[in-house]
Ligand binder design. Structure first.
Ligand code: ZN
Length: 834
């Protein structure tokens, strides 16, 4: 990885001199050294062999050796992971391309922003000289481990093959191979796998989150950029290299299709260019055909996975004018073979596949059951990677042209009268940290944000979601309207921020700022058809940042003064917030009283728990993780003033992992003893805070006078799978202090309460009585309307605070975080019992 320095130096030089020759790379060996080491010669086994696993230091060591030995490979360290492991990328291409990487990066940056191209001859020159940049990213989900092992074999073969096809790939493409965007997780899985190898627990998944904060949600962070890994790779992809094709390699469950590859299932996200959807399909079918030709069975297309949600490794590219490809191979048991029976295949069913034994057009050759090994997964992923590189190489100029044209279309797209031209973030919102975070995330993903250096006169509208059929209560039927905030031009003060739609990332801005309206999709039985991920995520709503659409700008102000922001710290400086230095979060602890906080952390790897820690760490709010044994041991009042139960089913909290499924130290939950100790904690004056599902435990074990009205309700009656809804807030309650009377909140198959008696129940917020859905999908609105969303209940000398929704969902919902800080600020204020 010595060569990283020369790349960095060269880029710095380029910025100064706008010129960079390949001479910086002259120190590299000029002829191929005798031996490029195979993975086997370094690891002692071939990647993919049964019951073998390479941890992160072995993987980075192998790539370092490859960098030294092969002039087709250059390895760069992007930075450090959350737990301080190196995050790396290997550039793989022909020697002459590797020597000229800065030149190709410059071409990519020009193609990504057609405003930098001033003439047709210049454009034609770039299209003639550019290379297709392809990113392949492996095992972001660490238990989907095989691709991380495969990455070494893929790199080795590309570094050594001499055949004409490989040479053509190397000449026409530049591969950015990411062995894993989650190095910490590779070691969590590798260490666990080695520890359990040869025991009854071999092949089971580790009983912890495989990303320190996010677990599986590490692939839900690609617009929010909360995690260090997402930040590093987003910079590489969307500020520096702008790959035309991004391939994200995953594994799915064991018992269904052997391999999923696009085209995707419905619904498509309306902001994705149809041209991209077609290109995704074309590459997917090429992969499927190549796998079929190689004799592999069980390849599925057009099923389960959709393009609606934003925030995944393969979905972010769509909003940067690039092609995102996902593959999902059937899993073995980590690196241990598994056996799948015909009965299991017959029972496996998803959207777009009735079962994994039936021949259909999108699944023409079912796999016949039997043994399934890591080697099978690896072979399919190798073919798939190769297939994508071949497409990129063969249609080089088409990929470059389409990429350029999509950017151009976004810049030149005209706006009809009354439609948004821009989104505005007005100055003076008193939500400074949220404003800084929102704009910082936009800048980090390459969205252009300007500061107004003088006032501007504009016509503003707020995009809103309105019911179109209030009579049919169960039919979630909505339309998006732009409601003018005033019919006259309004003055917007200097210091406000503006995000124009005429920029290469137009569709990204729309996808983040518009309310989503998920189509009302039902199964043949009339139940709700589950979306692949969430249905709505509108970022200013989640963060409670006012961001109206600008539908007109006063003409005489065309020469308004604007400053393009380059860095999140510019916004922080504007708002007089402490500046970011290094990795430490500069945010001041918002909890006003010294309070001893415990966050329950069981041994089931609960993502909501991880995100809770993330939020506390980000806001520098102190806490202690409380394990099952701590709960069972008791004396909780001696250690804590407040305990938080992140969202988790009551049975999981109480019982944990079942005996026999894992080594004994990882089984069992807080048990009856823990429940008893929690009761004592509250009765003696402690504050217990429950998020969403965890409320169930408090309601039942403490006999609270509340009932979850959504418990047991069928999805044909009520369904809300990840949407932003409105709350009516009683901001006279200290828990809602400083919050507005109406506030967006995140609801993801969450809870809603009714009081069975008024005794000791104080309602802090209810789900809004009207205009409840703000973004996403809500079926059966009447079930939610007006129900309790947030309440506190006095118990003995203490209190229980029940959040029906997720106040800290994925670290995105900054709008509802103040509820948590307010509750904690009042944790030692004594009982509310009346
Ligand atoms: Zn995955």
């Amino acid at each position: 990885m010595i060569s990283q320095r020369s790349v960095v130096a060269c880029v710095a030089l380029m910025l100064l001199l706008a010129a960079c020759s390949a001479t910086s790379f002259a120190q590299r060996p000029t002829s191929q050294p005798a031996v490029v080491p195979s993975p086997k010669s370094v690891l002692g086994f071939t990647p993919g062999d049964d019951r073998t696993i390479a941890g992160w230091s072995q993987i980075t060591d192998y790539f370092e050796r490859l960098d030294r030995a092969s002039d087709r490979v250059l390895v760069q360290t992007l930075g450090q992971s959350t737990l301080k492991r190196p995050v790396i990328v290997a550039f793989i291409s022909a020697r002459e391309n590797i020597l000229a990487l800065p030149k190709y990066k410059e071409i990519q940056q020009q193609l990504a922003d057609p405003r930098k191209i001033t003439s047709k001859p210049q454009r034609d020159r770039l299209l003639a000289n550019g290379k297709v940049v392809v990113t392949i990213s492996c095992s972001i989900h660490s238990t989907e481990i095989v691709a991380s092992q495969m990455s070494m074999q893929l790199a080795y073969e590309l570094a050594t093959a001499q055949d004409a096809d490989t040479r053509s790939i190397l000449q026409n493409t530049i591969l950015l191979l990411i062995p894993s965007p989650n190095p910490d997780g590779i070691d969590i899985v590798a260490n666990w796998y080695r520890k359990t190898l040869g025991t009854p627990y071999e092949g089971r998944e580790p009983p912890e989150l495989y990303h320190h904060y996010a677990g599986h949600d590490d692939n839900r962070d690609w617009f929010m950029l909360n995690l260090k890994e997402t930040q590093l790779i987003t910079r590489l992809l969307w500020q520096e290299w702008f790959p035309q094709i991004v391939y994200d390699v995953h594994q799915q469950g064991s018992n269904g299709s052997r391999f999923f590859i696009p085209p995707f299932y419905d619904p498509p996200n309306p902001n994705i260019s149809p041209l991209l959807l077609r290109q995704v399909g074309l590459i997917g079918h090429k992969v499927a055909a190549d796998l079929q030709a190689a004799g592999f069975k069980g390849v599925l297309t057009n099923a389960l996975y959709d393009t609606w949600w934003h925030g995944g490794f393969r979905t972010a590219p769509y909003f940067h004018n690039s092609i995102g490809i996902l593959s999902e191979a059937a899993s073995a048991r980590l690196m241990t073979p598994s056996t799948v029976t015909a009965e299991q295949l017959a029972r496996s069913s998803t959207r777009g596949m009735r079962n994994a034994t039936e021949v259909t057009t999108n699944f023409p050759d079912p796999w016949p059951a039997g043994e399934w090994r890591p080697r099978d997964i690896m072979a399919m992923e190798m073919i798939s990677s190769r297939s994508i590189l071949e497409m990129a190489s063969k249609f080089r100029s088409e990929y470059l042209r389409n990429f350029f044209e999509l950017g151009r279309t976004n810049i030149e797209s005209t706006t009809n009268k009354g439609e948004p031209q821009a989104y505005l973030i007005p100055a003076g919102q008193a939500r400074d940290e949220a404003v800084a975070k929102l704009i910082g995330s936009l800048i980090d993903q390459g969205v252009e944000v300007f500061r107004l250096d003088r006032e501007l006169h504009v016509l503003l509208a707020t995009p809103v979601v309105r019911r179109t059929n209030p009579v049919a209560e169960k039919v979630g039927s909505y339309r998006r309207l732009a409601s003018l905030t005033s019919s006259a031009m309004q003055e917007v003060p200097a210091g406000s921020y503006i995000i124009f739609l005429s920029q290469p990332q137009r569709t990204n801005v729309l996808a983040l700022f518009e309310p989503q309206i998920y189509p009302n999709r039902l199964t043949a039985q009339g139940e709700a058809e589950r979306p692949y991920d969430v249905a709505g995520w509108t970022l200013p709503l989640q963060m409670n940042v006012d961001a109206p659409a600008v539908v007109a700008i006063k003409e005489a102000e065309g020469n308004r003064k604007l400053t393009l922001l380059k860095d999140a710290n510019e916004v922080r400086a504007d708002l007089a917030l402490p500046l970011k230095k290094g990795d430490e979060s500069p945010i001041k602890n918002p909890v006003k009283q010294p309070v001893r906080v415990g966050i329950y952390r069981g041994s089931m790897g609960n993502m909501d728990e991880g995100w809770t820690r993330y939020v506390f760490d980000t806001f520098n709010a102190p806490y202690t993780s409380v394990r099952d044994a701590d709960m069972r041991n008791g004396s909780l009042n001696a250690k804590f003033d407040a305990l938080i139960l992140p969202s988790q089913a009551a049975t999981q909290i109480v019982s944990g992992n079942a005996p026999g499924t894992l080594p004994p130290e990882y089984t069992g939950g807080i048990a009856e003893a823990g429940v008893k100790n929690l009761k004592e904690f509250v009765t003696n004056g402690g504050m217990l805070i429950c998020f969403d599902n965890a409320c169930d435990l408090a309601i039942k074990e403490f006999n609270l006078p509340l009932r979850n009205v959504l418990e047991g309700v069928r999805s044909s009656e009520f369904y809300c799978p990840g949407s932003v809804v409105a709350l009516d807030v009683d901001n006279k309650n200290p828990i809602a202090a400083t919050l507005p009377a109406s506030l967006p909140a995140y609801f993801i198959n969450s809870s809603a309460f009714t009081a069975t008696s008024d005794a000791n129940v104080r309602v802090v917020a209810r789900y809004a009585k009207e205009n409840l859905l703000l973004s996403g999908w809500l079926l059966g609105e009447d079930k939610l309307r007006g129900q309790i969303a947030l309440a506190e209940v006095g118990v003995g000398k203490g209190r229980i605070v029940l959040f029906g929704f997720r106040p800290q969902h994925r670290g995105q919902t900054w709008g509802t975080l103040p509820f948590i800080w307010n509750a904690l600020s009042n944790a030692t204020a004594g009982s509310t019992e009346e």
